[in-house]
Design a protein around this ligand. Structure first.
Ligand code: HEC
Length: 218
């Protein structure tokens, strides 16, 4: 073998050089392609993750929302089947007359997830303490969209009405969020805020705002 190589060497020297150059070119092109591919997919990922405003839904956000729903213990009232029949719901009903709404239900076509977001950010009319401000706006939007997505799907003309309502909502939100990372509506500074509604407190029937006022009156 070695002898043959030595014999062939002088004749094929030029050919080998060309071959080697070709090989280098192929290897170069190969790496150039890999670089281009990885670079383009990177920028794609970056742009789709970075540019999406906090209030806009994506499949990724819905998954995030489902995780947070479980983590926050919402199911203890709203139920693991989203039927408003969690273990705490009945007690809350008996003690305060409050009805925990289900999320698997029909919504009017004009219903928007902003209402859900507000219920978690500012509390509801009869439950001021129903605030989850220890989650970021993005986190609360994630839960809001996830719960909203559980409602009965609508089609045809109704779907068109909803599309318009969502578009209007997004326009309103893009104005509200201009240059901000969170909405100030109902925002309570961290030092004045309890991390999560305390179930024992909720079930005691006291409302933090009214109990403060009544204490002051006394
Ligand atoms: C202690 C029980 C309890 C827990 C825990 C609880 N909720 Fe509620 N939730 C209620 C009740 C009761 C209402 C209705 C309040 C009212 O009528 O003012 C409500 C209302 C809502 C609404 C408004 C629904 C609508 O149709 O307007 C949303 C959204 C909501 N809850 C989401 C959540 C999320 C998300 C969590 C967890 C982060 C959570 N809730 C935890 C009891 C609870």
């Amino acid at each position: 073998m070695i002898e043959m190589d030595i014999q062939n060497a002088p004749k094929s020297k030029g050919k080998n050089l060309k071959k080697r150059k070709m090989n280098h070119l192929i290897v170069f092109c190969f790496f150039a392609l890999i670089f281009l591919f990885s670079h383009s997919s990177c920028t794609e990922k970056k742009s789709s993750v970075k540019k999406l405003p906090v209030y806009e839904a994506s499949p990724r956000l819905l998954v995030f929302g489902s995780i947070l729903y479980n983590e926050a213990g919402c199911a203890s009232c709203h139920g693991i089947q989203f039927d408003g029949r969690g273990p705490e719901a009945e007690e809350l009903n008996q003690q305060r007359g409050l009805v925990t709404p289900p999320f698997r239900r029909d919504l009017p076509p004009k219903a928007i997830p902003y209402k859900y977001f507000q219920a978690m950010s500012q509390g509801t009319p009869s439950m001021k303490e129903h605030r989850y401000q220890s989650y970021t706006d993005r986190g609360r939007w994630a839960i809001a969209y996830y719960l909203y997505s559980l409602s009965t799907p609508i089609r045809g003309h109704q779907a068109l009405i909803r599309k318009k309502a969502l578009l209007k909502m997004n326009q309103m939100l893009s104005k509200k969020y201009e240059g901000k990372r969170r909405l100030e509506e109902g925002y309570i500074p961290i030092e004045k805020r309890s991390k999560r509604p305390d179930l024992d407190f909720l079930l005691s029937g006291k409302d933090s705002s009214t109990s403060n006022k009544s204490r002051r009156k006394k």
